[in-house]
Design a protein around this ligand. Structure first.
Ligand code: ATP
Length: 319
């Protein structure tokens, strides 16, 4: 291959820029031309394709978001959209494509691969909801953002002796809530993978209160439901005054952590190596700190799972 392309798709995640940088630099290191496609798959259809050079990715390793921008494209979910995408790539002589994004983006990459156009996926989403990799790019940064926010909420929670319910992102996955809950010593963690009885949560809050605890933190993953509804239910079942904070998009922004930058650099470089060695329809990943390769088709079929021992531990530590 002499020309390859790169795009970012779906929700942006901190560390995507570090991955773009790694892909661009690694391609150039191998004397391969690299083209950036702006605005995800929609930009591919619309021919937002530009050649990148070493300087295109200077001074971006520390920046959140994605310099290639991202988009959600309904057009690309249809066969005509995908055909158009392949035509555009071929028009520029681009022989392979690297897609950074979540599972939706991987479906797009898989569709192109099935049409005979080689694609490699790099997992980039704060949700950490992709099978075949212990971590996705952006998860560690989002986790640290959540922790910082909770630490601040804790100050006001203890001053006013209140119970706070904090809703975090993660779509259908509970990773962000689980890790944040453990890192912040939350009283309860509500995640979609494990149904906690409301009574158990209330009992734990009351036990804390009885031993003089000044505040309580409950972390709720967005996949479980609405934090305001839970606050209402807790109030109905106890006399506890609750406050709700929905952290929202703050979790998607910010400068990537060292862990995310390193992960992005490793996965980005691996993706280029895979494409140049003739692989197609593969995802790069990391398991037990070793780089791994999986078929995208398999990754999409397999369900991402959380580490239930961590959930159990969080309960044991917040008795
Ligand atoms: P995040 O997890 O951050 O939301 P994601 O990659 O899962 O990221 P999606 O919105 O699900 O985000 O998908 C991103 C884009 O991938 C879609 O807008 C669409 O262009 C493309 N895509 C998703 N599903 C398909 C599909 N079945 N076929 C072709 N393209 C798809």
């Amino acid at each position: 291959m002499k020309k390859i392309g790169i795009l970012t798709s779906g929700g942006d995640a901190p560390g995507m820029n570090a991955a773009i940088r790694a892909v661009v630099r690694k391609a150039i290191y191998h004397n391969v031309e690299i083209f950036g496609i702006k605005n995800g798959f929609q930009g591919l259809i619309d021919d937002h394709i530009e050649k990148m050079d070493i300087g295109s990715v200077g001074d971006i390793i520390q920046r959140g978001g994605t310099i290639l921008h991202s988009a959600r494209s309904e057009d690309f979910k249809r066969d005509e959209g995908q055909q158009k995408g392949v035509e555009q790539l071929k028009k520029h002589g681009i022989e392979g494509l690297i897609v950074i994004g979540g599972d939706g983006s991987f479906r797009g990459a898989q569709k192109l691969t099935e049409k005979g156009y080689p694609c490699i996926g790099i997992p980039g989403t704060i949700d950490n909801d992709i099978a075949g990799t212990d971590f996705t790019i952006g998860f560690d940064t989002a986790l640290n953002t959540v922790i910082e926010a909770i630490d601040k909420i804790r100050d006001t929670a203890s001053s006013h002796e209140r119970t706070f319910i904090i809703e975090v992102m993660g779509r259908h996955a509970g990773d962000l809530a689980l890790w944040a809950g453990l890192a912040d010593g939350a009283e309860s963690i509500l995640i979609p993978e494990k149904k906690d009885e409301l009574q158990e949560i209330v009992d734990r809050l009351k036990r804390g209160q009885q031993r003089g605890k000044k505040h309580s933190i409950i972390i709720l993953a967005e996949g479980v439901g609405n934090a305001f509804d839970y606050a209402e239910k807790i109030k109905e079942n106890s006399n506890l005054e609750t406050r709700v904070t929905v952290l929202g998009h703050i979790q998607r922004g910010g400068s990537p952590t060292a862990a995310d930058r390193v992960l992005a650099s490793r996965l980005g470089a691996q993706a280029v190596d895979l494409l140049l060695s003739g692989e197609a329809g593969k995802m790069t990943g990391i398991q037990n700190n070793k780089l791994m390769t999986h078929d995208i088709a398999g990754v999409l079929e397999e369900k991402h799972t959380i580490d239930l021992s961590m959930y159990q531990l969080s309960k044991e530590l917040s008795i």
